[in-house]
Design a protein around this ligand. Structure first.
Ligand code: UT7
Length: 329
């Protein structure tokens, strides 16, 4: 059975920036409150003509160019998103067509902030099964389209962005995908959701008037679950593979709140300089955070070939996921 490695990475964020100072003019908040409670300074926001597939295509093209391959070599495209351009056709279909991945199949994967880690887990298994040689995993979310910019509890948190990773086989022992621990807990569904727009509450004048197409969140419930799960699941996965936090070179967590990240890392026993935090510049880009943070880790020289990396995410659902990879380039 072959192993699976990440062989390329591409990211894209739209140029528009929304700062804490901008938000001060929109809702009752302050730069100090946002910084202290979340660690966010600014986030990127897509212009009206940009949708999730547009950012996904840009990220995919960068990954393909980095690897120096033609899109026709891609066998599957997985787009992780909660903000597809539309429900169908899937964003994977739109991206497949735009990048010219003629031989690929694919689908959208809905797991909110855990989407990218679930996508990586799925792609790794497609490759390890020996049935696929090149799988493109893309996390792309235009959160600004489903955020209520009159709700100060959520509008300060989210930004737009995308990232893509290429997954390929490896026959180098120990390289690439090591293992995963993924978990869903639907009993937490009410704490973070977009209530309307599906078959339960289709769009109507009432759902629009009641602002039910926007993200609703009980921040404290999500916070507590996130700290606990990121820590427990990372610890358990390391243990399962006979490893400990001492073996970890970098922890790349979902970027939801700086306090969530530091609390989970502290419990795990991973030092500050081993944890990648870029929430200050991007906010929470949902499925985009893991590839964006991975890019920063590489650019800062913190993630290099042979390093053990933990990807850890928690999101709406609840969904939670942890992956262990030994970095391959
Ligand atoms: O990827 C998963 C997605 N989501 C998350 O991970 C979110 C997890 N949760 C959080 O990040 C935090 O719970 C928040 C940042 C959302 C809120 O921070 P908190 O420390 O949990 O604040 P809180 O909800 O306990 O609110 C404390 C106070 C409240 O005022 P009172 O009731 O004490 O008078 C809020 O009304 O802060 C108030 N508040 C704000 N004040 C200024 C809430 N949002 C704001 C704001 N600016 N933007």
């Amino acid at each position: 059975m072959p192993g699976a490695k990440i062989s390329a990475l591409g990211c894209y964020v739209p140029p528009g920036v929304l700062t804490n100072q901008d938000l001060e003019r929109m809702v009752e908040t302050s730069n100090e409150w946002i910084l202290e409670r979340t660690g966010i300074v600014e986030r990127h926001i897509a212009s009206k003509d940009i949708a999730t597939s547009d950012m996904a295509v840009e990220a995919a093209k960068i990954a393909l160019a980095q690897r120096g391959i033609d899109a026709r070599e891609i066998e599957a495209v997985i787009v992780c998103t909660v903000t597809p351009d539309m429900l169908f056709p899937s964003t994977a279909c739109l991206v497949q067509d735009r990048i010219g991945a003629k031989g690929a199949w694919g689908f959208d994967l809905i797991a909110a902030c855990s989407g990218f880690v679930y996508g990586l887990t799925t792609a790794a298994h497609l490759v390890m099964a020996g049935t696929h040689k090149k799988v493109l995993v893309i996390g792309s979310d235009t959160m600004s389209r489903i955020i209520d910019y009159t709700d100060r509890g959520t509008c300060i948190l989210f930004g737009d962005g995308a990232g893509a990773m290429l997954i390929e086989p490896t026959d180098v022992p120990g390289e690439g995908f090591i293992g995963f621990l993924n978990e869903i807990d639907g009993s937490g569904g009410d704490f973070l959701k977009q209530p309307a727009g599906g078959s339960r509450l289709p769009a109507s004048a009432e759902t629009v008037e009641q602002r039910l197409h926007f993200v609703k969140q009980d921040g404290q419930q999500v916070f507590k679950y996130a700290v606990r799960k990121m820590y427990e699941m990372s610890r358990d996965l390391l243990q399962k593979h006979g490893l400990s936090s001492k073996d970890v070179k970098v922890l790349i967590p979902h970027q939801a709140n700086r306090r969530i990240i530091t609390a989970a890392a502290e419990r795990l026993g991973v030092s500050c300089d081993q944890v990648i935090i870029n929430i200050d510049r991007y906010g929470n880009t949902t499925a985009g955070t893991i590839p964006l943070a991975t890019r920063d880790a590489i650019e800062q020289g913190k993630l290099q070939k042979g390093d053990l990396v933990v990807f850890a995410t928690v999101g709406a659902g609840f969904t939670a996921g942890v992956n262990l990879w030994r970095w391959a380039y």
